[in-house]
Design a protein around this ligand. Structure first.
Ligand code: SAM
Length: 345
């Protein structure tokens, strides 16, 4: 099957597929989920590993998607996750631009990664690596035990720190740490977290808080923007900008050579014009944007016996209709019906 790029109406080529494997989570982070009252998807509505693999294979083989990230909810709470990792790690991509054909030339492996809260990595990291996982992003928003309990509503900071060590020991590389920065909550820890990244040999990625919390607590005064984050770090550990590639993070190198730090400025400097992502929710809905208000029901198609051609046409149709950008901060912005944990972060 010859790969052809997945292009939208603005000429953006999509190569990055985010797959949510569950809407369930073992944490209840305040900026993401309510303390209780989440309604979980019935298991029958969640895609099976075979269904996920089929969508992924169509995206990789037909459209040259070459990057897949597993997320959730918390992906590691899904039973037998390594079995899914093994299926996805076996996918091979042809070179879409060169009209490559993975079936003929063997293709190249995809970049397979996972976003996790890290609490169970000590147990699962080795099996994930054996199955073919290459790298991991661990979410950690504070290094203070009392604050960790407030933020996640779980007393598991030590498990997460140990999970980060376990990921490094298992050979996952790079290990990146995602920290959502919120004014008055953890913005006084930016430098401490940067120091943690430098000392531990992991890359910190600070994320601007987005209006995707289940409790509706977000407001723009509580967003700590990239300029403020970078200024705080630069004052203690001088930084030099790294020229931006296609990835969403704005990256900065420590002038003393001890690694780098990044900011994902989704609110103050949206990167919609270079967005190359599509998302598959745990219940099989394809979204062309994190903030999309419409979804394309691939699960219904998968379960009604459609062909790969029909599935591919629907994926292409969804992407073709992608809007220019999310419009956060403008009067036309509409919050998506589902929160981050339900969409897949
Ligand atoms: N449970 C996994 C984890 O903790 O990484 C994966 C799912 S979580 C929804 C994915 C990422 O989304 C995490 O890094 C989390 O901090 C981030 N996130 C959740 N809600 C957010 C929000 N409202 N704004 C920005 N990032 C958010």
């Amino acid at each position: 099957m010859v790969a052809a790029p997945l292009v939208d109406g603005y000429g953006r080529v999509h190569r990055d597929l985010r797959i949510s494997v569950t809407d369930r989570c073992n944490f209840r982070c305040t900026y993401c989920m309510p303390v209780e009252g989440m309604t979980w998807l019935p298991r029958s509505e969640v895609l099976t590993f075979e269904e996920i693999e089929r969508v992924a294979r169509v995206c990789v083989e037909r459209f040259g998607v070459d990057s897949i990230r597993l997320t959730g909810g918390e992906p590691t709470v899904r039973a037998h996750l390594p079995a899914l990792v093994a299926k996805l790690a076996a996918l091979r991509v042809g070179d879409a631009d060169a009209g490559g054909d993975a079936a003929v030339d063997g293709g190249r492996p995809i970049d397979l990664s996972l976003t996790t809260n890290g609490a169970t990595l000590r147990t699962v990291a080795p099996a994930l690596v054996d199955a073919g996982l290459q790298r991991v992003n661990v979410s950690l928003d504070t290094l203070r035990p009392d604050r960790f309990v407030e933020l996640t509503r779980r007393d598991q900071l030590d498990d997460v720190l140990d999970g980060i060590d376990a990921a490094l020991e298992a050979g996952l590389a790079p290990v990146k740490i995602n920290a959502v920065v919120m004014r008055g909550v953890n913005d006084d820890e930016i430098v401490d977290m940067a120091a943690f990244g430098r000392d531990r040999g992991v890359t910190m990625r600070f994320i601007e808080w987005m209006p995707l919390d289940a409790d509706g607590q977000w407001n723009d005064r509580r967003v700590v923007g990239q300029d403020e984050i970078v200024a705080a770090i630069d004052a203690v550990f001088p930084l030099d900008p790294i020229v931006r590639g296609s990835e969403p993070a704005e990256r900065f190198a420590y002038r003393d050579g001890r690694g780098e730090v990044g900011v994902i400025p989704s609110v103050t400097r949206p990167f919609c014009s270079t967005c190359d992502r599509i998302r598959l929710t745990a219940d099989g809905q394809l979204r062309s944007c994190l903030f999309a208000v419409d979804e394309t029901d691939l699960r219904g198609m998968l379960r009604s016996g459609v062909s790969d051609d029909e599935l591919a046409a629907e994926v292409a149709r969804c992407v073709a209709g992608k809007w220019a950008g999310h419009m956060i901060g403008q009067v036309t912005f509409v919050r998506p019906r589902r929160s981050m944990s339900q969409i897949g972060g």
